[in-house]
Design a protein around this ligand. Structure first.
Ligand code: TRP
Length: 336
């Protein structure tokens, strides 16, 4: 059986516009990880259908997510980029993991409780076993490092538990115990309309977020209209306590400039938001235009995008197939 080598795996659901929060919180980091790791990046459409999706919209958003990965710097020549449903190994391994994971473990998952809400009886079974599919995504490639946001830490813990239990149950040191790479800019990127809620694809107000499909004019307008307060900027981030909108804009500036918030405030302290917003808009347009332009170009050529995804899926299947063969042998399935 093949040895384990360091490998990054991550994925995002194609369930809404990709926005600045996804870019600064995840995608930009994925692109950077390519410098030090073999990377596999997946658009997880099978996770998306754990809640109802409009089929036509899902297709469009799956392409859009893939385009966003590439526009953010994920290079399909360097990394594997593909769509989850194109590689049956994910579903196959998830079944085996459904038989390894314990009901008690899944019952502790806070994301299920949040997403299922009050009416748990009506949630899909898929939503309940979402974390075992996520473990299968990662372990079908025996990936060792997984960049995720803070909210996915519990799911990664479960992935480690599944790997551990599989290894002990079958007396084989087969699956690696994955390490999370907790990612994100220094601060979370919040809504431009309400500094206390996360920038989100599901916020009804488009002014709450900067989409990776927005052009320069839209980016400028949204920053101009972003909520602020009437105080001037202070000298440190600590002094922005209790001013969530101001802290968010400085945080966005810092993330785009790849600097610390205090460095930014050293430059702008004492100034009001008029000047700061102009500088932020210039910076945002400068940093995001190459991303949004690539994104539009890719979305205008779906056949190119589909061919990239087909190549990615083929390469992914080639890596996952021997892992599934090993797993079949380990659990005692007859050779196919
Ligand atoms: N659950 C992740 C999220 O919502 C998406 C995801 C699915 C994922 N499979 C994964 C992330 C495997 C990392 C690794 O963000």
């Amino acid at each position: 059986m093949t040895a384990i080598t360091p490998r990054v795996f991550s994925g995002a659901q194609p369930t809404g516009n990709m926005h600045l929060g996804n870019y600064l919180g995840a995608l930009r980091n994925w692109a950077r990880l390519q410098e030090s790791y073999d990377c596999i990046y997946c658009v997880v459409d099978m996770h998306a259908i754990t809640v109802a999706q409009d089929p036509a919209v899902l297709m469009q958003q799956t392409r859009e997510a893939a385009a966003a990965y590439i526009a953010a710097g994920v290079d399909p020549e360097k990394s594997l980029l593909f769509v989850q449903s194109h590689v049956p190994a994910h579903a196959e391994l998830a079944w085996i993991f459904n038989c390894v994971a314990r009901i008690g473990w899944l019952n502790r998952m806070t994301q299920f409780k949040d997403k299922a809400g009050k009416n748990r009886e009506k949630a899909s079974v898929g939503l309940y076993v979402y974390p075992t599919l996520m473990a299968a995504d990662i372990l079908a490639y025996r990936a060792t490092h997984v960049p995720v946001g803070q909210d996915q830490k519990q799911h990664l813990e479960l992935t480690r538990d599944i790997a551990q239990k599989f290894n002990t149950d079958f007396g084989r040191d087969y699956f690696p115990i994955v390490e999370p790479i907790i990612q994100g800019p220094g601060a979370r990127i919040m809504s431009l309309r309400d500094g206390t809620s996360k920038m989100s694809k599901s916020d009804p107000s488009d002014y709450s977020r900067i989409n990776l499909t927005d052009d320069a004019e839209a980016i400028r307008l949204k920053i101009k209209k972003a909520r602020t307060d009437s105080e001037p900027l202070p000298e440190t981030m600590a002094a922005l306590e209790g001013r969530p909108e101001a802290a968010n804009l400085v945080g966005i500036y810092a993330a785009l400039a790849d600097k610390g918030g205090d460095d930014i405030l050293a430059e702008y302290s004492g100034q009001g938001f008029a000047a700061f917003k102009t500088a932020l808009a210039d910076l945002a347009v400068d940093k995001l235009t190459p991303v949004t332009e690539t994104m539009s170009r890719l979305m205008a050529d779906p056949s190119y995008l589909d061919s990239v995804l087909a190549r990615g899926a083929e390469a992914a299947r080639a890596i996952a197939a021997p892992v599934l063969d090993d797993v079949h042998e380990i659990v005692g399935f007859l050779k196919r």
